[in-house]
Design a protein. Sequence first.
Length: 327
Amino acid sequence: MSDNVLVIAEIRDGALKKVSFEMMGEGKRIANELGGSVETAALGSEIADLVAPLGHYGAEKIFVADDSALANYTPEGYANVLADLIKETKPAVVLLGATTQGKDLAPRLAARLAVGLASDCTGFEVQDGELLITRPIYAGKAIATVKEASRPYVATVRPNIFTPPEPDSSLGAPVENIPVDTGEIRAKAIEMIKEAGERVELTEADIIVSGGRGLKGPENFALIEDLASVLGAAVGASRAAVDAGWKDHSYQVGQTGKVVTPTLYIACGISGAIQHLAGMKTSRHILAVNKDPDAPIFKVADYGIVGDLFKVVPVLTEEFKSMMAER
Ligand SMILES: Cc1cc2nc3c(=O)[nH]c(=O)nc-3n(C[C@H](O)[C@H](O)[C@H](O)COP(=O)(O)OP(=O)(O)OC[C@H]3O[C@@H](n4cnc5c(N)ncnc54)[C@H](O)[C@@H]3O)c2cc1C
């Protein structure tokens, strides 16, 4: 068993996902404290050029599983190839993004290796050579610290929590093509259809503008879309807005929706029920617009505007538009 950290980079739509770079920085820090190095693995088809930049982010070795059978994510194929690599290279820690793909792959991988898994982690610390992992539990009401009970230890990392290191083009890493044995693939994606309308992936967005029941109807989401458009933000929704059929479930933020950690979360006409907070409470800055000064959302908001969103949001859009134009 080595003291290395293996970061599983994720590729989507021909590009590395941002969380891959975030994990590189944190992976390197953990590896330094454990006394090992950080390595990375990427799976896909014709990805050699795509993965080379991972070396600029500190990877000391890049393992590539390049095969047409891996062009689209398949739970069994990806888990089999990674399990083989992990058994061979014996890292101490394996990090995956807590993305839709990572959340699906990590438990399968951990089970295949018969090791422990910590999901949706927000902090890592090495104490006396042991890894302590922080993760929110009970919909974010409490924070648990878990200790690795096996090696390798598999963990998924919440996107947008860690800052990616500055890339250094003078750094590079050897690329090693690894054998690909996907085993029997019983379930595979035949086609990937990108959702229309979603401008930025919600879980990776730097800014999110969300709307709730206070919008009164689906047509008024145009206000949210306009503000999001000016800010280059993703659009989110409360469950009330989703249950009313105003937005698709993929927009839902919260306990039974997506967990997001943007730099700025703007909540418009959202009361701030505990289940909604579970999905956005760890945002770096929260701005709430609500006509009710006692709305619970103001308890977690850094900035609050008490007022009618139908008046406030268009003003925000115009103000941000002129600020952006002056940049
Ligand atoms: C098991 C379970 C899981 C759940 N999971 C989720 C989840 O994942 N995500 C989620 O969001 N919810 C979830 N919920 C639902 C949650 O409890 C709330 O019902 C929901 O979040 C309320 O949505 P809302 O804030 O849009 O609506 P409301 O609570 O009705 O709030 C609307 C807000 O808009 C304000 N408002 C109204 N008009 C205006 C105006 N003109 N200008 C400004 N403000 C205005 C009101 O003051 C009010 O605060 C879950 C519930 C359960 C039981």
